[in-house]
Write a protein that binds this ligand. Structure first.
Ligand code: HEM
Length: 281
């Protein structure tokens, strides 16, 4: 099972051309959904206007070389190692989901385009990786769904309460779970057919609902993380004030309400919202 191409089982009723056409259609749906999303929410317009506004309040010019190193830092930190997550469990679950999904998508495309019929012997490692990718999404995704996400962990909502924002995670988990169920049950006609229909239905939902789901965050988040780094490097700081020591005379001269309300030597106020995990419900 872990070394036979699962898509070869479909050849009795689906041709390789149909499977390949489905992949192309899903690819176009993601591109189209992302473009329409960008136009509809005016996010690109807002993003560039905001970047221009930030440039006007820049205190120094960031050179091309510096921008390139910021882009590399974004790639190695925020993109490849999910460094934006402060909670180590959430970071680990995101890494599992992200790399699992990439492995699953790349191996699916390779199996369907590279080894369409049994005439091209499929390397067993590809099929194993397809299963591992799906399993990684399931482990990271169910961990997130049942234990980590704030609706459940911080707000005490039951895990089965669904809202539209869950479209991405639910269709993603359904896709990889039914893919695995189909692979395990394919030798039984009833179960094999049922799980295959559910697998295709959920993957169609995942790839055709980009406009309404969080799918496109994988394209937008890297751009936002890079832009944030630029605003720090050029000193514009998204028009936010410097965060200094409250006892600093220069800071107090700039913001005279600090000594007015808190005295000249304001006490240390503690960790604030970071002092403990937010799950008081
Ligand atoms: C294959 C690519 C990716 C997959 C499958 C993926 C998956 C996910 C999932 C399942 C969530 C939770 C969504 C929810 O709250 O329902 C999430 C959130 C998040 N992802 Fe990703 N992700 C990917 C790529 C990326 C990349 C490239 C970045 C950053 C550069 C990123 C940054 C984030 C952040 C910051 C959040 C939390 C923000 C939020 O909940 O809206 N992700 N991701």
């Amino acid at each position: 099972m872990f070394d036979t191409n699962p898509f070869h089982d479909l050849l009795g009723f689906l041709t390789p051309a149909i499977m390949q056409a489905y992949i192309v259609l899903m690819f176009l749906a993601v591109i189209g959904g992302t473009i329409i999303d960008t136009i509809h929410k005016k996010s690109a317009k807002y993003f560039f206007e905001n970047a221009q506004k930030a440039q006007q309040s820049a205190r120094r010019t960031v050179s091309g070389g510096e921008k390139a190193s910021l882009a590399i830092a974004t790639l190695t930190n925020e993109v490849l190692t999910s460094s934006e997550f402060c909670n180590p469990q959430r970071r680990m679950s995101h890494l599992l989901t992200m790399y699992g999904f990439i492995i699953f998508v790349v191996t699916t495309v390779t199996l369907i385009f590279g080894y369409p019929t049994p005439a091209e012997a499929t390397p067993g490692i590809l099929v194993t990786l397809w299963h591992i990718g799906a399993l990684m999404v399931c482990v990271g995704g169910y961990w997130f769904w049942f234990f980590i996400r704030c609706d459940v962990n911080s707000e005490g909502k039951p895990w089965y309460k669904l809202v539209r924002a869950d479209l991405f995670i639910v269709s993603l988990l359904a896709t990889t779970s039914f893919a695995l169920a189909w692979s395990f049950g394919h030798s039984y006609v009833f179960w094999g057919t049922l799980f295959f229909i559910l697998f295709v239905t959920s993957s169609t939902v995942l790839f055709t609902t980009v406009l309404w789901s969080k799918f496109a965050h994988m394209f937008f988040k890297p751009a936002a993380a890079y832009q944030k780094k630029v605003t720090k490097a050029d000193g514009s700081q998204e028009n936010l004030p410097d965060l200094g020591e409250l006892t600093d005379a220069e800071l107090q001269a700039k913001y005279p309400d600090i000594p007015t309300y808190m005295g000249e030597t304001p006490a240390y106020m503690g960790l604030g919202i970071k002092r403990e995990s937010p799950n008081h419900y």
